[in-house]
Design a protein around this ligand. Structure first.
Ligand SMILES: N[C@@H](CCC(=O)N[C@@H](CS)C(=O)NCC(=O)O)C(=O)O
Length: 237
């Protein structure tokens, strides 16, 4: 029988990877449908912004990662990934918001010069640098309880943060020669712990091979041999 849930997207997307990891962590049966983001009417009918991931459910289609995670938590069995305690649950959302707006969305504006055959203007590079300083300090102020961001149990905040930090780390090491993970007390050890999870291994193996092909497709393969990538390789050895 076909699984009830079908996840549309592909492995180069950190957002797709967050949802995929959540489904794996919850032991949900699902099917992957490999598609790119698109502005074609038939795709927009399912994903109003034309973005991936999109989850196809028995009730209909759902896009936007945070909404998808909520749907998964509310409809699927498996380990609870939203804390029951309202304060902790809100804290998880707070962390997700900060990472989404002040880390992920910021580094995304640098993708043209890092993952595509484009250039980043000095103004953009500087504006993102300033925002990342604020975000990094903010995360430092959380003093997360560890080993996970909300304490003893893995939560959606960890999955969201892990895939956003992975991509952010590549971009900041490349563009600024700096590591957000190393700057924030506890974050590097947390990231290493997350990297060891079975879900992370599966998802990141597919990401790594998809990224190689993506860089070639976008004529940014030169970046692979670029000295600046060494910052990433060395810091994460
Ligand atoms: N806010 C969306 C962001 C998803 C997103 O930006 N996905 C990227 C791939 S990582 C995408 O579809 N980009 C294509 C586009 O922006 O047109 C979410 O939470 O799911």
């Amino acid at each position: 029988m076909m699984p009830a849930l079908r996840l549309h997207g592909y492995a180069v997307s950190n957002y797709f990877n967050i949802v995929r990891a959540a489904l794996i962590e919850k032991n949900v049966e699902f099917e992957i449908v490999t598609v790119r983001a698109s502005q074609q009417p038939d795709f927009l009918a399912h994903s109003p912004m034309g973005k991936i991931p999109v989850l196809e459910t028995p009730q209909g289609w759902m896009s936007e990662t945070v909404a998808i995670l909520e749907y998964i938590e509310d409809t699927q069995d498996g380990p609870c990934l939203h804390p029951v305690d309202p304060y902790l649950r809100a804290r998880g959302r707070q962390i997700i918001n900060i990472i989404q707006m002040y880390v992920e969305a910021q580094v995304r504006t640098l993708y043209p010069g890092v993952f595509m055959d484009g250039k980043n203007s000095p103004e953009t590079v500087e504006a993102v640098r300033r925002m990342l300083i604020r975000a990094s300090s903010a995360l430092g102020r959380f003093g997360a309880p560890w080993p996970f961001l909300l304490g003893k149990e893995l939560s959606y905040a960890d999955l969201f943060a892990y895939y956003c930090f992975d991509i952010a780390e590549r971009v900041t090491c490349f563009e600024y020669g700096r590591s957000l993970l190393a700057e924030t007390e506890g974050l590097k050890a947390w990231f290493a712990l997350m990297s060891k999870r079975a879900s992370s291994r599966v998802v990141m193996a597919d990401f790594d091979s998809a990224l190689g092909s993506y860089l070639i497709e976008k004529n940014a393969a030169y970046n692979l041999g670029n000295e600046k990538w060494k910052n990433y390789a060395q810091r994460n050895a």
